[in-house]
Design a protein around this ligand. Structure first.
Ligand SMILES: [Zn+2]
Length: 238
């Protein structure tokens, strides 16, 4: 009996240590009841992760359905719906729900999908952003087909954030998770982008959320509150 108390302490410590890590990810197998179409996914390997891009799912916010039902709906549209784009799996690598839980999406081995046209790295480095932080060129020369999205790790926030922000807790968990992924892939805060900065025809991830991250100057590299939160979390990990 005398060993039970210390043993409990050890368990308590392990439990606390695990929960303190944060960023626990719900595996894809736990929320999805559909297998990915690997043949379709394998056409676009992701290669080395060079940057993280942040998105919104453009679903209702606040939402009347729970996150798992919402994720299944998005996945069905992206993967199986007869009128949908047939992308082989949900478009994003990770998604974060309104209850601040992170869900695994498609495997990071495969490039993200998008209905928008991504610029190549050389193009988005050359193109200026407008006063909303969007690429100014609507369709730069040389862009023929959608999805130069290789090398991204995409994270989508469930909801639509043109005027509203995700909860404080969701933003805390999101910024911590972004920092963890930056460290994991040996990247810096400057390797974080927002969909509107690197693709044409999109205001993703919503003006309010974008401004919270970038602040008023609305340009790549600018640090508003959200980017500072990521930088602080990254400092803690180093
Ligand atoms: Zn997006």
């Amino acid at each position: 009996m005398k060993y039970i108390a210390p043993l409990l302490l050890v368990f308590a410590f392990i439990f606390t240590a695990c929960s303190d890590e944060g960023g626990d990810v719900v595996p894809r197998s736990e929320w999805s009841n559909v297998e990915p179409d690997v043949k379709t996914l394998a056409r676009k390997p992701n290669g080395k992760i060079r940057y993280i891009s942040i998105h919104q799912s453009e679903t209702p916010f606040p939402d009347t359905v729970d996150a798992v039902r919402r994720l299944r709906g998005i996945q069905n549209w992206h993967q199986n719906n007869p009128g949908g784009p047939k992308w082989g799996d949900i478009a994003y690598h990770y998604l974060i729900g309104p209850e601040a839980k992170i869900y695994e999406g498609r495997s990071v081995k495969y490039a993200a999908s998008s209905g928008t046209i991504y610029l190549t790295q050389a193009q988005w480095e050359a193109v200026a952003l407008n006063d909303k932080g969007q690429t100014t060129a609507s369709k730069p020369a040389g862009i023929e087909k959608p999805g130069a999205s290789e090398g991204h790790l995409t994270i989508s926030v469930l909801g639509t954030f043109h005027r509203e922000l995700p909860s404080d807790e969701t933003r805390r968990v999101l910024t911590k998770f972004v920092a963890q992924k930056l460290k994991e892939h040996d990247l810096s805060v400057d390797d974080v982008y927002f969909h509107r900065e690197i693709a044409c025809w999109t205001d993703c991830p919503g003006q309010a959320l974008y401004d919270w991250f970038r602040g008023k100057s609305r340009e790549h590299g600018a640090r508003g509150t959200g980017m500072n939160w990521i930088a602080d979390e990254l400092d803690k990990l180093r």
